[in-house]
Design a protein around this ligand. Structure first.
Ligand code: NAP
Length: 260
């Protein structure tokens, strides 16, 4: 049976992906932060999937011993076929005015923890083979004022994941890396926690839902894609942004982060 391990699986995109994985009869494990949220999400899933037995490890991915705890835990069961590095945070605001500790927290989770998880799981997954899906963002396509550090962390995820996948392929590895860039997601707690409520981008025609992102991740896995832009409308805009002058793209992006 396919085994999928999702960081941040108890909320938002991770939870939507969990539903799709359970519908396929997959074995799901989570790494998440908040024990109360984990048990509430597990209870809610029981209504639709009474046989669901989600093994969850409550750990802060940014803590020094997180990777040791996670690898010990994984070794007790079996390595996943699919690891989704989904846990991530954002904070909105002018970089010179944001608390530097908040910016460091984004770097610690979105970059350092994702990198550490990826490095730890390549050898764990090598024998059986599998896919590491790293969740970036449409904010990885260009610099984003007022999300300067968040967008830069997602640019790291995109560049690192694409280059690593190429290296693994050339080395004949059994592990693949899939980069996922969702558009702004309307229906997850992320935007509230990030102070992004009311931004035009979440109301924009390119915005998407957690379930649409989960569907696109599944399609990407099924199609052995290396790069997935999620939402359908975002895919069209992505192609246009590749053709448009950088200054025009920057002006459009600046408008997207205004409050409406
Ligand atoms: N929402 C968007 O518009 C959007 C767009 C593009 C990309 N993304 C990316 O998609 C991913 C998922 O976002 P989402 O919208 O589903 O947000 P979400 O609902 O807030 O989910 C984030 C998950 O990450 C977990 N998490 C946060 N800090 C953690 C830590 N230190 N250790 C372990 N787990 C931690 C959270 O756990 P708790 O809930 O227990 O804190 C939560 O389960 C993120 O990487 C985000 O950057 C989001």
């Amino acid at each position: 049976m396919t085994r999928i391990l999702i960081t941040g699986g108890s909320s938002g995109i991770g939870l939507a992906l969990t539903r799709r994985a359970l519908a396929r009869g997959w074995n799901v494990s989570w790494i998440s932060l908040d024990p109360a949220e984990i048990s509430a999400a597990q209870d809610a899933l029981k209504a639709d999937y009474p046989d669901a037995d989600i093994d969850a490890l409550c750990v802060d991915l940014t803590e020094a011993d997180a990777i040791d705890r996670i690898t010990q835990w994984v070794k007790k069961t079996a390595a996943p076929d699919i690891l989704v590095n989904n846990a991530g945070i954002g904070f909105f605001g002018a970089s010179a005015q944001l608390d530097p500790a908040r910016e460091q927290a984004m770097i610690a989770l979105n970059i350092s923890a994702l990198h550490a998880m990826t490095r730890a799981f390549i050898p764990l997954m090598e024998k059986k083979g599998g896919t590491i899906a790293n969740i970036a963002s449409n904010s990885a396509f260009q610099p984003v004022p007022f999300m300067a550090v968040y967008a830069a962390t997602k640019a790291f995820v995109r560049h690192y994941s694409l280059a690593l996948d190429r290296e693994l392929t050339e080395a004949g590895s059994n592990v693949r890396v899939m980069t996922v860039c969702p558009a702004a997601v309307k229906d997850t707690p992320f935007k509230g926690a990030a102070g992004m409520d009311g931004l035009r981008t979440f109301d924009s025609f390119t915005s998407t839902t957690a379930d649409e992102v989960a569907r696109d991740v599944m399609r990407g896995l099924d199609g052995r894609k290396r790069f997935v832009v999620s939402g359908a409308k975002m895919r069209a805009v992505y192609i246009l942004t590749k053709l448009a002058p950088a200054g025009l793209v920057q002006a459009i992006v600046r408008r997207e982060v205004e409050r409406v």
